[in-house]
Design a protein around this ligand. Sequence first.
Ligand code: ATP
Ligand code: MG
Length: 149
Amino acid sequence: MFQRIVVGYDDSPGARAALRMALELAAVHHSALTVVAVEEHLPHYGPVVGDIEDERSVGEAACRRWLGIAAATAERRGIAVRAEIRSGQAARELATSAVEYAADLLILGRSGHSGIWGRFIGSTAEKAARHAACSVLVAYDDDGQSNHG
Ligand SMILES: Nc1ncnc2c1ncn2[C@@H]1O[C@H](COP(=O)(O)OP(=O)(O)OP(=O)(O)O)[C@@H](O)[C@H]1O
Ligand SMILES: [Mg+2]
């Protein structure tokens, strides 16, 4: 079990929880671990037609930074990781990369936003989980929970 793990990493509190769990599991199961960051160029339209919310698109520089942080975290735990930047729709790319790496576990984080009932599953994680062809773990960020009440 858990021979190959893929973790989606965007350096959000949820993604950090996902990476922590991925590293724990990889240490126990001697899993091959791949960290994936998805560059999204798809325009996210704002309330006014033609209004592009730029802050929602993810560039390559951000992905490189995220993967650098993830690799450094893994190195501190003495665990080797492969890092990959993919381009496209995040949910689809995460589900597809799990298939390409023949992963038996995909790990994602909870949304960084806190809702009325506490944390919820973000749209990327929800969509990726629905399309994934393997087991999916949505990591809960306990530290973040206390910060957000
Ligand atoms: N661009 C990305 N690259 C890699 N992993 C991602 C990316 N976006 C999301 N993820 C993964 O999905 C998890 C949840 O993020 P998600 O985008 O679903 O939440 P959100 O950004 O708070 O909500 P929303 O996108 O719906 O506003 C993250 O913790 C991470 O594991
Ligand atoms: Mg998101």
